[in-house]
Design a protein around this ligand. Structure first.
Ligand code: FE
Ligand code: ZN
Length: 504
């Protein structure tokens, strides 16, 4: 149902000289045929000698001879106790002063953490040795060896061979994948600074690669709680509002707010709204200021605090029984480098004042009723698109899968994604999530990868001048609904259509 339709029936009843209580509006909105029920009510009202001053849901029940219970608005999620565990919050652990020592310990940490993952999760990685050991053994026996190493550089020779400089904690060596090799496609996808698992032989001080494997994620089994006494509740995933931009899609977002308040949509869609218990926003709440050259021209609100004030006004319309979980994006007021702390309080005071909001850093791991969510804004997806062949802006979930395969949220150091060299590399994906949620690319997409629900939430911003110049088209106004009971994607709703909400 559209806002116009709502206005229309309210106006019609007001014309009868009767006011409407909020629960009466609620009830009429929830009925399947608004015109019909409005006609019925008006018909009954006209027959009364003394009309009520205010029409409540109870008076409607009496007038139309229907049971009170069917009138009372049910919000299922309200009855459910929230169950949220913050498993990891980047905000809590950031402490780098950024000196060179940290840079070295950062890479040692990355290497050790991912090596541990490979050794723990891959049976074929048994029997790996160090590069130093490999050099020694090969001199004696020329055996095939297995190595876990970090890619310090990658280049393509004129003849098509791919040449890596690989390194571990003991030594380094040149590694080569000949262009005729059957693993050349795999090698093409390997990027600088990722940790991989190689098999091959050393010939003349060069490691000739036979097999190349990424750490990967193990296939997970999402246990469904369908048959058990488990509450039927949902988490909604959205991202990239960009409030303050003149391209922020205000009416589309308003439609989302009306829906989450149970005010619009057919019965099926309103039933979903009643069960929403959590809303997760993966960053870029505001458009910010000075994020890219000439941004001023595209801003409607040119003050960061004011931008957050408006965001808070929108989010204050989310019903209070819904917990809102927020992480920052690159347009938000936080440190530019990853991992980033939660949006700075001094800029976003009104957000922090909302009673139902949880402000976290990027990345964050949370558990909702036992279901593990990994939330990151997804800045490094730019680097993935630029370096991994076969990835495309239009298929954002595939780019996210490239991060899962590498078990790292920003595998390439020194490219477009600024990374703070914390002593411990907190961008390693050491826990395999049930849901991996990001945004940033402004295109929508979701996939199931090895049992993991991978969602890129898209945006609520229209096409900016920059995007138009680059030929990029956003895919805005989507909300992904995760059913915490069945542990599946319940629905994807599209709010961009004026008259109704669409299932995607
Ligand atoms: Fe964004
Ligand atoms: Zn972004």
């Amino acid at each position: 149902m559209t806002t116009n339709e709502i206005r229309k029936f309210i106006a019609r009843i007001l014309c009868e000289g009767v006011q409407l209580s909020p629960d009466a509006i609620e009830f009429i909105v929830q009925s399947n045929n608004i015109d019909q029920i409005t006609n019925q009510i008006i018909g009954k009202l006209r027959k009364l000698t003394r009309k009520p001053l205010i029409l409540t849901s109870e008076t409607i029940a009496e007038l139309l001879h229907i049971k009170r219970e069917t009138v009372k608005l049910r919000i299922d999620a309200k009855e459910v106790k929230e169950d949220i565990e913050i498993v990891f919050n980047a905000s809590d652990v950031i402490n780098s002063e950024g000196n060179i020592d940290d840079f070295i310990s950062h890479f040692i940490s990355r290497f050790k953490k991912i090596r541990r993952i490979i050794l723990r999760e891959r049976f074929d990685a048994r029997g790996t040795i160090t590069i130093r050991e490999a050099k020694r053994i090969i001199k004696k026996y020329n055996d095939k060896v297995k190595l876990i190493c970090i890619i310090s550089s990658k280049k393509k020779a004129d003849n098509g061979n791919i040449i890596f400089e690989i390194e571990d904690l003991t030594d380094s060596i040149r590694a080569i994948v000949p262009f005729k090799s059957n693993i050349i496609d795999k090698a093409e996808k390997i990027v600088k600074d990722e940790v991989v698992f190689l098999e091959g032989r050393i010939i003349n001080d060069t490691f000739l690669v036979n097999e190349i494997s990424q750490p990967e994620v193990p296939r997970i089994n999402r246990h469904s709680y369908e048959s058990e006494n488990f509450p039927d509740i949902y988490a909604v995933l959205i991202s990239d509002l960009h409030v303050g931009s003149k391209y922020f899609m205000r009416s589309t977002f308003n439609r989302f707010l009306l829906w989450i308040n149970g005010k619009i949509g057919d019965e099926k869609i309103r039933k979903i709204a009643r069960r929403v218990k959590y809303l997760i926003i993966a960053g870029d709440l505001i458009d910010g200021i000075g994020i890219y050259p000439n941004q001023e021209k595209e801003l409607l609100v040119k003050n960061i605090k004011k931008q957050y004030e408006i965001v808070a006004r929108y989010l204050s319309q989310i019903p209070k029984h819904i917990k809102i979980i927020v992480i920052p994006g690159n347009h938000d007021a936080t440190r530019r480098a990853l991992p980033s702390p939660a949006i700075f309080k001094e800029y976003a005071e009104p957000l922090y004042k909302l009673p139902n909001i949880i402000m976290l850093g990027d990345p964050a791991y949370i558990r909702l009723h036992g279901m593990l969510f990994l939330i990151t804004h997804g800045r490094s997806l730019d680097d993935i698109l630029a370096t991994v062949p076969g990835t495309h802006y239009d298929r954002p979930a595939e780019a996210m899968i490239e991060l899962l395969r590498r078990r790292h949220l920003a595998p390439i150091y020194g490219a477009r994604t600024p990374i703070a060299p914390e002593r411990e590399d907190m961008l390693v994906i050491d826990k395999v999530p049930d849901v991996f949620h990001a945004g940033h690319l402004h295109t929508f997409g979701y996939l199931i990868y090895r049992g993991i629900i991978v969602v890129n939430s898209g945006t609520w911003q229209g096409q900016t001048d920059y995007m138009r110049a680059m030929g990029m088209k956003p895919n805005p106004g989507k909300a992904t609904i995760i059913n915490l009971k069945s542990r599946r994607v319940e629905a994807v709703l599209d709010f961009t259509i004026e008259s109704h909400i669409k299932f995607v």
